[in-house]
Design a protein around this ligand. Sequence first.
Ligand code: TGC
Ligand code: FAD
Length: 390
Amino acid sequence: PDLFEAPDYYNIDDLLSEEHKLIRDAARAWVKRDVSPIIEEAAQNAEFPKSIIPGLAEIGAFGPYIPEQYGGAGLDQISYGLIMQEIERGDSGVRSTASVQSSLVMYPIWKYGNEAQRNKYLPKLATGEWMGSFGLTEPDHGSNPAGMVTNYKDKGDHYLLNGAKLWISNSPFCDVAVVWAKNEEGRIHGLIVERGMEGFSTPETHNKWSLRASATGELIFQDVKVPKENLLPNKSGLGAPLGCLDSARYGIAWGAIGAAMDCYDTALRYSKERIQFGKPIGAFQLQQKKLAEMITEITKAQLLALRLGQLKNDDKATSAQISMAKRNNVDMAIKIAREARQMLGGMGITGEYPIMRHMMNLESVITYEGTHDIHLLITGLDVTGLNAFK
Ligand code: TGC
Ligand code: FAD
């Protein structure tokens, strides 16, 4: 059987346009050909497979919805979601690289940057010639980024940037970093920091058990002179980075479905082939319960993501709606990964099958871009009007 035969229990394909399906199928074929054969070894070796960067650019994964005049693919939000789904079917770490490049680096330059910044950075980011990272989280400020201490001072002809960011995807190899820092009045702004600027370093974080095929590291700024033209002029305040997160979280809501589908597909096939007590394990009621619940949860997640995509296309999706989908769909995926892993017995813990890798990856996905509990509190705030964060 085709390892990439995706479940579509509610004929959701009928709700997609021909263009959506073409884009999805191109991404699916590329992941199958260029990602799946190499990703297990990359994860085992804790290496980001740089060789896939041109392929990611080719399937439109770098700036799917950024206008074509800036090198983006000019697609709608559902296409963006479908591309993320297919990439994360391969590996959450590869999807992370695409999420960061598109929603956390290209998006703020496009939305908050000026024309010169758009023209300078976006085309090179779209082709993957330049890779970007996004620095919001700090050692002492994760869920509460408003407390950040990274700061810059106006020195007349340049800004002087000091501070440190931790847990930054792509940092070890990024060419540019969109960095969030406070000015002398304590207002948050975005700055584009380029590799090679004196005092800027990007040490890698080692020994992760999760997202091993993605490079994670720090961004350290020691009296970095940042040219004034590198400040993103069109939005400031915490709402600026949170606006980027809305876009990335939306992509993750789709991406998680890809990881879940891969676990489900794998467990379903295995359950028909593996014989115990004289019959396929898929014939036992307990195993069927697991599979039936998996396909139910995947179907619900698909409908949630698709409806959210329609709202996003109409520019009507609220941040709280995005939080709900990110939280639900990642939680769905990690639970499916855990159940699917058990269904494979001892084989489930090996790299022969993708499930354990997805399961470990999803521990990062349920933590980054707002933890599971933070998204719950965002929903709680939305429905009660009472703010648990303050
Ligand atoms: P709060 O007072 O609620 O809001 C401050 C300002 O921001 C506005 N706002 C938003 N704007 C756009 N999108 C959103 N989702 C927004 N949420 C809030 C808000 O209207 C306000 O604007 P203004 O004009 O009134 O100033 O802020 P708070 O300090 O109480 O914090 C709220 C909270 C906890 C929800 C927020 O801080 C949060 O989401 N924390 C989680 C942090 C997080 O998600 N970090 C992610 C780091 S990046 C990452 O993980 C990348 S991994 C990528 C990968 O590899 O794929
Ligand atoms: P903390 O904020 O210290 O949270 C610890 C625990 O306390 C969590 O369970 C949390 O839910 C809980 N908690 C916190 N506040 C509350 C509250 N008010 N009520 C109830 N519970 C609460 N960041 C970036 O900026 N850029 C990146 O590219 C990036 N990539 C990442 C890649 C990986 C692999 C990982 C693991 C993280 C990445 N992050 C990135 C950071 C990520 O966004 C943070 O880890 C996340 O926001 C949580 O912050 P923290 O780790 O400091 O945990």
